[in-house]
Design a protein. Sequence first.
Length: 433
Amino acid sequence: MILRDKISAQLPEWRERVKTLLKEHGETVIDRVTISQVYGGMRDIKGLVSDISYVDPAEGIRLRGYSIPEALKLLPRPEGGDMPYVGGLYYLLLVGETPNPEQALAVEDEWKARSVVPQHVFDMLRALAPQAHPMQLLSQAVLALQSSSVFARRYEEGMKKDEYWLPMLEDSLNLTAKLPGIAAFIYSLKYRNGIVPHPDPERDWAANFAHMIGVKDKTYEDVARLYFILHSDHESGNVSAHVTHLVASSLSDIYYAFSAGLNGLAGPLHGLANQECLGWLLDVHKKFGGVPSREELYKFAWDTLDSGKVIPGYGHAVLRVPDPRFTAQMEYARKHFPQDELVRLADLVFDVVPQVLKEQGKAKNPAPNVDAISGALQYHYGVREFDFYTVLFGVGRALGVTANAVWARALGQPIERPKSLTTKMLEEAAKGQ
């Protein structure tokens, strides 16, 4: 298999690199941890390793060293398509090399061969569906796949530690292959006729998702590719990525780990942000009966802040520039449907709101993040069920967290176990300074 062979060729050098780093520089202090960091969600503490992606405050995310514009330009794409194969991105995340078209399609073919969802998963989802949130359904579906875990079986049989990554890769390919079909079934179950959608063997991974949820507009295939690529990873410190890594560090298989990560993604401070941003845009559109003037929006933004509310989609924990993921989606929308009123409104908000936030002086970063536009694109194509948007996010996020999990297992990263302190200890430390 192409992914296994590529990673196998790199592993000896990587393992020696990590071994040397720890032996020669393991005690090097790289950052001073403050009490506010210990007590403030470990913000900015450098305590995780990910070679899959890195968020540069001044540039945005880099996927295996490539910026978003670079990745979108370099990755192979279908004939006539504007956006790359997601299989090409997965190859890049796992192997660290830009694939050629044949290599990208090899991953797509792996997914097609592994895409059949067991019947018991559909049966379980049907039983839960009437009361369940779509994210509960997605998390439960992933957990229901655990009975087929290759890693769990191989571990029980006994295998060498340096082989742990191999069944982790198998499980990750099996999981990611099935997610579009599972997500499409959840969409059908919650909002349509409940029929199990069938993939088209001629379509790629993302295009099949578009096909299975019934969006007829051909250009939505590109939006699906773009959305899943942009939401794939954002280094390891965000909740969904960190939780997945934490659970997997105990040698749990990827099904246990990613189900837990999805539960973190479902939180309002993480994956629900995109629907909150779209809701705010729709409220503005309704209030003004369309796209307001610049002056009207300026006043409305100030009224929002003065009432103690926030303007969702602006500001980021790490970034200090407009999120390149926002830019990529906005550029696509401007090109393909510039007259869409929500897109025009989002563009106007981009022009007005950063100025208002700068004038207010409270936001460290008044620039837009990815959530400021992503919901508007889905809304344009008729995917208007807000509580499904986080499921879309989860399907994309699986790509990054599984790639990280494979490499964490390959390099033998240990169980994560940070040390806790009591508040009294912190107080005594503060007094002693």
